[in-house]
Design a protein around this ligand. Sequence first.
Ligand code: PEP
Ligand code: MG
Length: 568
Amino acid sequence: MRVLNGRTVVSGIAIGNICTLFSEEEKSVSHYKISDNNIESELTRFDKGLESARQELHQYISESGKNFDQTASKIFESHLMILSDKKLSAMVKKTIKDKKINAEHAIYDTFDDFIEKYEHKNLHFQEIVHDFKDVRDTLLEQFETKFKNVSCPIPEREPVIIAAKRLSPYMMSDLSHDNILAFVTEEGGFTTHASVLAASLDIPFIFNVPVVENSECNDFAIVDAIDEKFILHPDQKTIDKYEKKRVEFQKNLVEYKKISTQPAKTSDDIRLDLKVTVNLPNEIDLLEGHNFDGIGLLRTEFLFMDKNQPPSLEEQFQVYKHAARAASNKPVTIRLLDIGADKTPQYLNLPYQKNPDLGIKGARAVDHFQEVFETQVLALLKAAKFGDIRILFPMVADISDILTFKQLVENAENKSENAEFGNLSIGAMIETPSAAMLIDEILEIVDFINIGSNDLLQYTLAASRETPGVYKRYHSIHPALIKLIKRIVKKAKQHNKEASLCGEIANYAEGYPLFLDMGIESFSVPVSKHSIIKHKIAEINTNDLDGIKEKFIRARNKEEINNLLQKY
Ligand code: PEP
Ligand code: MG
C-alpha cells in the first residue's frame, strides 16, 4: 500500500481500478525540414489544419450542452478565440518560412514560446499555460498527431478512476462520464478548465499526485478527495474503512451542498468562526458561493517559490488586494513569508543547515532577508486600503521576534507620506512551545493569535513532520498538544483576543466535539473541508460535551485517542 498526497478540486471518495490517459506530446509531433519549393504547400497545409481545428471547436461548442452546463461552451469559445488570433497564425507561418520546417514543428515551437513565457510567472498564469497547451494539441491533432490515448485494456462499461499527467477540457468531453469514478492528475489547478468541468459533473478530482510514474493501468486504488490522498494497492482493512467513508459522504452530499451557503452553527445555536485557509493564490477564486468568515491563513510562500527572484511589490499587492476583495470586508489573515525547512526558494541561497526546522526558519529569516520582508509589508499595507487585512508573524519563539516584526511594520508605515496605506491588525502564529509558554506576554502586544498545530505538534513532541521514521510519533490529537492548546485558548479569552486554530488538526471533522469542549471558537480550514466540518458542527450540542477534553488528555496511546474520536 502506498499513500500519495494531492490537492482536492472536487471532494468525494472513489474506490476502483485505474485507467491511465497519456499524451506523449513531444514524441508524436513530427519534426522535419522542408525545401524552398515546398514552403507554399506547407503554408496551405497549415491553413487547412487551422480551419479543420476551428470546425472541430465549433463541434465541441455545439455538443457541450449534452453533458455540461454553459461553462463548457464558454471554455471552447475562448479556445476558438485563441485559434482565430491572426497574430498567432502569422507567427506560425513566419516560423515555417524562416526556419523551413513542417507545420507541426512550427506550431509546437510558436506555442512553446508563449507557454515558456507564462510558465515561470505568477501562479495566476498557470491557467493561460493550460489553455495554450489545449489549443496547441487540438491544432496538432489535425495533422494526425495523436494525444488523447487511453492506454487501458479495461472493458468499456467498467467504472474507472481516470489518471493522467494533465487533463484537457477535450479529454473530459470525450470520456463517457457515467463510467468515471474520479480524476487524478499530476498537473492541474483549482480553476483550470478541466477542474471547472469536473466540478460541474460532480466527479471527485485531485491533482498534484505523481500518479502516472507510480501506477499502471488496472492498478487498484482509492481516491480520497476529502483528505487529499491517493492510496495505491490498499489493503483490505483500508478498503473497508474507505467504503464506509464513501457511503457516509454520499449519504450527506445533499446536506453538504445546502450547508455550504450557511454560517457555522452548533445544534444549540452557538455561532463559530469558520475561516478559509488559502495555500495557492488561485484558490482565492474558489471562495465564491461559500459562506465563510474570512481568510484565516493565507500562506504566502507559494508566491515566492518556482521563480528566479522574489515577487515584486506590485505583484504581491495585486494578489493581496484580490484576496481582500474576495473576502468582501471579512478579515483576511496574511502570513509573512515563512521560509525554511520544507519551503525554501532557491534564489535566497540559504546555507546548508544540519537541522533546518531548528535553523533559519520563520521569524529567524528576517535578519537575513530584511529587504524581502520590507517589500512584503509595503504590499500588505497598500492592500489594507481594500479590506480588513491582518498580518501574521510566522514561527515566533521569543518576544524579540514579535518586536522585530512590529518594528518592520512601523518602519514601513513611516515611509508613507500620503494616504496610500490602510490599517493592519497584527497577529502571531503560536507554533513553538516557547511561544505557548510566553502566551500572556505575546497576547499583550498583538491583536490576535493563530495556533499553528502542525509546527506546534512537531516541536512539542520533538518529532519532525517530514521524517518517515518518526511518523508514528507525529500524531495530531496528542494529549500534550491538547493540554497546550487548552492553555493557549484560555489565556486568549482572558486577554479578550481571538485565538484561531489552523494546521492539519483543524481539518479533522471528528475532532470538533473536542475542540468545542476546549473552548475554541475560531478555525481556519481549506474550503474543500468547509461543508463537511460545518455539517459536523451542526450535529454538536455544546451542552453534551462535558469533560471530553479530560478524557482525551488521559488517553495513553493512539488507539485510545481513535476510540474516543469514533465515540463523539
Ligand atoms: C502550522 O504550522 O500549523 C501552520 C499552519 O503553518 P505551516 O503548516 O505552513 O508550517
Ligand atoms: Mg507552521
